[in-house]
Design a protein around this ligand. Structure first.
Ligand SMILES: NC(=O)c1ccc[n+]([C@@H]2O[C@H](COP(=O)([O-])OP(=O)(O)OC[C@H]3O[C@@H](n4cnc5c(N)ncnc54)[C@H](O)[C@@H]3O)[C@@H](O)[C@H]2O)c1
Length: 330
């Protein structure tokens, strides 16, 4: 039984707490959040302890692993503290917004022999896993192109955007991780185009709301990513991989497979699942189980700090390309 504490009782902390409480091989011992009633409410829901002291929680001998679901600017300090205390860590993305801080953290975790997984949940989506498995089985032959569409239903609050690090580091970072995972090779070249089609005032933060990115690997494999902060028809998440012998397509998910016909329309379908908490519910659950299995089986983490670092590096390079109008070598 892996004994787990969740730090941060916000949107993502609530998901991780539920998964830790419901997994039959883990025990949710405590939820820590220094602000408001979040920890108390969440702990009451799952019958565990609530605390406002995350640092004291990390020192507890009856906790083996921690999930860090706190704001991004706290990830590095909490991860290092947890590793020093001998805990295994599942840390939310991004590790940090500053690549030099990430590099120093990666080096320190390596020096301490720490066990840290970065929470790129989309790799654990059942459809994404099926896609990767088919590719590994050689179904589409030699990979040529990856196409990722990732569009949020609506823009986040302005205050969130201000501290988010920008669309590439906050949102597209998931797609950069998927791109690396599907390409099977590191991108060496990136070009990005970025616009403010929803909110021109994002200029104040040097941010954008609508972006397109092209990546190329050393062997010539290509990937196209498009992201938008608002979509009139819901949360749009699609992926395509194209190879010498075929193509695999991951479509959007709906609440049911019902299709409707009437005098006004044909083949109308259920709306898309609302946002990430619903669309990736299974992915978060499977992600947590993979973390547990890696910790308990003493196996390599399925997503490493290096993966977190590389995704941030691509986000930085995309911003550089968008601002300069040049192709950037990674
Ligand atoms: N993987 C994903 O799909 C996904 C989705 C959403 C958010 N995230 C990431 O998760 C992190 C949190 O995002 P969120 O949307 O849940 O934010 P949130 O604001 O909803 O929740 C953060 C919580 O952390 C608490 N907190 C602040 N400092 C703390 C500390 N030192 N110790 C413990 N708790 C502390 C806050 O009080 C708040 O309750 C961010 O890094 C974000 O990028 C990832």
């Amino acid at each position: 039984m892996l004994r787990v504490a969740v730090l941060g009782a916000g949107r993502i902390g609530r998901i991780h707490a539920a998964n830790a409480a419901l997994n039959r091989n883990t025990k949710l011992v405590a939820v820590a959040d220094p602000f408001g009633d979040g920890a108390k409410t969440l702990a009451a829901e799952w019958g565990c302890e609530a605390t406002t002291d995350p640092l004291a929680t990390l020192q507890r001998a009856d906790i083996d692993a921690v999930v860090i679901g706190t704001p991004t600017d706290t990830h590095v300090a909490l991860t290092l503290e947890a590793v020093r205390a001998g805990k295994a860590v599942l840390c939310e993305k991004p590790i940090d917004l500053d690549i030099s801080k990430v590099d120093a953290a990666v080096a320190e975790v390596e020096r301490l022999n720490g066990r840290v997984m970065v929470a790129f949940n989309r790799r654990f989506d059942p459809s994404a896993q099926a896609m990767r498995k088919s590719m590994d089985a050689g179904e589409i032959g030699e990979l040529r192109q990856v196409i990722i569409s990732s569009r949020d239903p609506g823009p986040p609050p302005r205050d969130y955007v201000k501290h988010s690090g920008g669309i590439f580091r906050d949102m597209t970072i998931h797609d950069f991780d998927m791109a690396r995972w599907l390409l099977g090779e590191e991108p060496v070249e990136i070009s990005a185009s970025a616009s403010r089609l929803i909110d021109p005032s994002l200029e104040e933060f040097e941010d954008f709301d609508t972006v397109m990115v092209n990546l190329r690997t050393a062997s010539g494999r290509q990937c196209h990513i498009n992201c938008c902060r608002a979509t009139s028809y819901g949360y749009d998440q699609r992926m395509e991989v194209f190879g010498a012998d075929g193509m695999l397509l991951n479509e959007n998910l709906r609440a049911s497979t019902l299709r409707r016909w009437s005098g006004a329309y044909t083949e109308a379908r259920e709306p898309l699942l609302n946002f990430f908490l619903e669309r990736y519910e299974a992915a978060y659950r499977t992600e947590f189980e993979h973390f547990r299995a890696a910790v308990e089986g003493n196996k390599a983490m399925p997503v490493t700090m290096h993966d977190g670092r590389q995704a941030l590096r691509l986000a930085d390079a995309a911003l550089e390309s968008a601002l300069s109008g040049r192709v950037v070598t990674v």
